[in-house]
Design a protein around this ligand. Structure first.
Ligand SMILES: Cc1cc2nc3c(=O)[nH]c(=O)nc-3n(C[C@H](O)[C@H](O)[C@H](O)COP(=O)(O)OP(=O)(O)OC[C@H]3O[C@@H](n4cnc5c(N)ncnc54)[C@H](O)[C@@H]3O)c2cc1C
Length: 339
């Protein structure tokens, strides 16, 4: 374990933003992690844990210690003929973990194929796609309490999962680092979910009417590859904003002005696709300097020239938020973690 000073993070964030961390360390065990946290150089400095850097926007150099968690390993615990608990260490790549389970024919995570990032980060914003969120298959996670250096176990209730939200994004932020996550998966009689997005259409194209979990995963991969920019080529962090939830009266008022405005009833109000708002306000594909929204998916802000600074990306998102507020009286909330 080595503490590197003035470490360039451009290859460690999927926006490809060129920033420097005062100190950087990669750790491969919990012991190494504790050593780094106790390093005299880092005393009193802010600490940032980094997975795949696919949900983070650095707007300036990080004047602290960045720790990359390279904890690896996957273990299984068969419960019965139907159910298995699979535990992955925080540094396992998320998509590789999904593929591992598909190879074993363990069902549950197939709709979450090809989401960038690491397993250890997946509970932070309760990653979700195509009608599934990790909370649906989450059993527990282990996290290091950064104050006591004790390992604590969190069950689903304690994680307080919400839409792109959890305890670790709110009260637990900066207090815990997730070390491993355990999922409850099916061994047979899989609950196949194809109703969301274009999954069914993609399967029909291939003549598949009763898909396997592997076929659902392949359909999700095809759809994602056709509409999302690949971060290694075009810097981005996926959806930049959350889909806002507005009250019913507000929705009805907007719906009278925009009859084709989509809205989905939820317990707390009507959820409106942020991508539709951005597109309707004329921002789809719009570029200002080095920053733009993606041509095929308005919700994704991109580092269009590869030269954007984090501040430029942030300012672009501010201007977009103001524009949506003016037109719809809706304030978009960023999904991406801004530093
Ligand atoms: C092209 C693209 C598509 C995407 N599609 C989706 C999607 O469909 N659904 C979705 O939900 N997300 C999506 N995302 C966002 C992103 O992939 C997820 O949020 C992912 O979980 C982030 O993982 P990461 O390891 O890269 O996190 P990072 O960006 O490294 O970290 C994110 C935050 O979590 C904290 N953190 C990192 N590791 C830990 C840990 N072990 N313990 C506690 N805190 C930690 C960091 O400090 C930071 O605040 C997409 C991103 C991209 C680039």
């Amino acid at each position: 374990m080595e503490l590197i000073s003035n470490y360039n993070l451009s290859a460690r964030n999927t926006f490809g933003v060129d920033v420097v961390a005062r100190y950087f360390a990669e750790v491969s065990s919990v012991e190494e992690l504790k050593q780094v946290l106790n390093a005299p150089e880092a005393a009193g400095l802010p600490v940032l844990f980094l997975g795949g850097g696919s949900n983070i926007l650095f707007t300036q150099d990080f004047e602290g210690l960045v720790i990359s968690l390279n904890l690896k390993g996957i273990t299984e615990n068969s419960i019965d003929e139907d159910t298995v608990l699979v535990t992955a260490q925080a540094g396992e790549n998320w998509h590789q973990f999904v593929l591992y389970n598909l190879e074993k024919n363990y069902g549950g995570l197939e709709n979450l194929s090809l989401i960038p990032g690491n397993v250890g980060t997946s509970p932070v914003q309760n990653i979700g796609a195509y009608g599934v969120e990790i909370k649906d298959h989450f059993e527990s996670c282990e996290a290091l309490n950064l104050k006591t250096h004790q390992i604590e176990t969190f069950n689903r209730e304690q994680c307080a999962f919400g839409y792109r939200d959890s305890f670790f994004k709110r009260e637990g932020k900066g207090k815990y680092v997730i070390l491993s996550v355990t999922f409850r998966l099916s061994k047979r009689h899989h609950d196949i979910k194809t109703d969301y997005g274009a999954i069914k259409k993609e399967l029909t194209k291939k003549g598949i009417t009763e898909p396997t979990i592997q076929e659902v995963s392949q359909a999700v991969v095809s759809i994602r590859q056709s509409k999302l920019p690949y971060p290694k080529i075009t810097g981005n962090a996926g959806s930049f904003f959350k889909n806002p939830v507005i009250d019913k009266a507000h929705f009805q008022e907007l719906n009278a002005r925009y009859p084709n405005m989509p809205g989905y009833e939820t317990a707390s109000g009507v959820k409106v696709p942020a991508g539709w708002l951005i597109e309707t306000a004329g921002w789809k594909g719009k570029q200002i300097g080095n920053v733009a929204t993606h041509q095929k998916q308005a919700l994704v802000i991109i580092n269009a020239t590869g030269k954007a600074t984090g501040k430029e990306i942030y300012d672009f998102s501010e201007e977009l938020i103001r524009s949506i507020e003016k037109q719809f009286r809706i304030t978009l909330e960023r999904e991406v973690n801004v530093l």
